[in-house]
Design a protein around this ligand. Sequence first.
Ligand code: GUN
Length: 294
Amino acid sequence: MVCDKIIDGKKISADIKEEIKKETTELKDSTGIIPGLAFIIVGENPASKVYVRSKGKACDELGFYSDTRMLPSSASEAELLSMIISLNEDENIHGILVQLPLPEHINEEKIIEAISFVKDVDGFHPQNVGRLAIGSKGFLPCTPYGIIELLKRSKVETKGKNAVIIGRSNIVGKPVAGLMLRKEINSTVTVCHSATRDIAEVTSSADIIIAAIGKAEFLKADMIKEGCVIIDVGINRIEDALAKNGYRITGDVDFNSCLEKCSKITPVPGGVGPMTIAMLMKNTICSAQGLIYG
Ligand code: GUN
């Protein structure tokens, strides 16, 4: 049955959030600690506001404390840095998330490095990036972490399999490649990017394909092997005259053509997307429990 092939990210993320909710109650009952997550938004980016609102809603659902701070787009780098420093010292806060992108006059790298790595629940700080690379404990970036959970909970065999990642971003491609190489996953990993000579040649021998290239419906059925597993990280808006608002959201995979040929696939929406927030919550509860840095 075709429906059995679809990896339901909504359901899996709901299961994870239910587990976190229980852990939150246990933590509160045994220690009085309430997981606390701070969000900072600089400027008026509407998408950033939507993302932060849904992360805040997840905090409410799970019994976390959350604190959203808004700065105008005219805010200086120094103002943002001093806000981060006060949150680094705030013992009610276990995770700090500065929503990206930042206005152009603010140096993103400097801001990420100012967040204490023990509260870096986004997993973007070089300390956590380095720990991922050498396989030691640290915060994992939420989307790659969510992809690994999707594969594990969908019982996808990864050991010795050819995993092909399309895209080499710092947020998805590179970290997910590092995770797929870990001993407990044990895949053989290839990363394709804009200078790869023949992506279709590489993907056609892949057992697992992770598409994170940011191009609508890039991966077609004639580029894949029968029975492969496809994880679609893309979120693209494409014009659709038949849709109510004139557009629809689609992934980096041509879902309809690949569905027949693959053994498992994530839909867009409802695949990787909901997992990102679930893993942000997971990182925050782990931080509050002292499970990452003690
Ligand atoms: N902007 C888009 N996605 C993310 C994310 O996961 N974390 C942060 N901090 N900013 C984002």
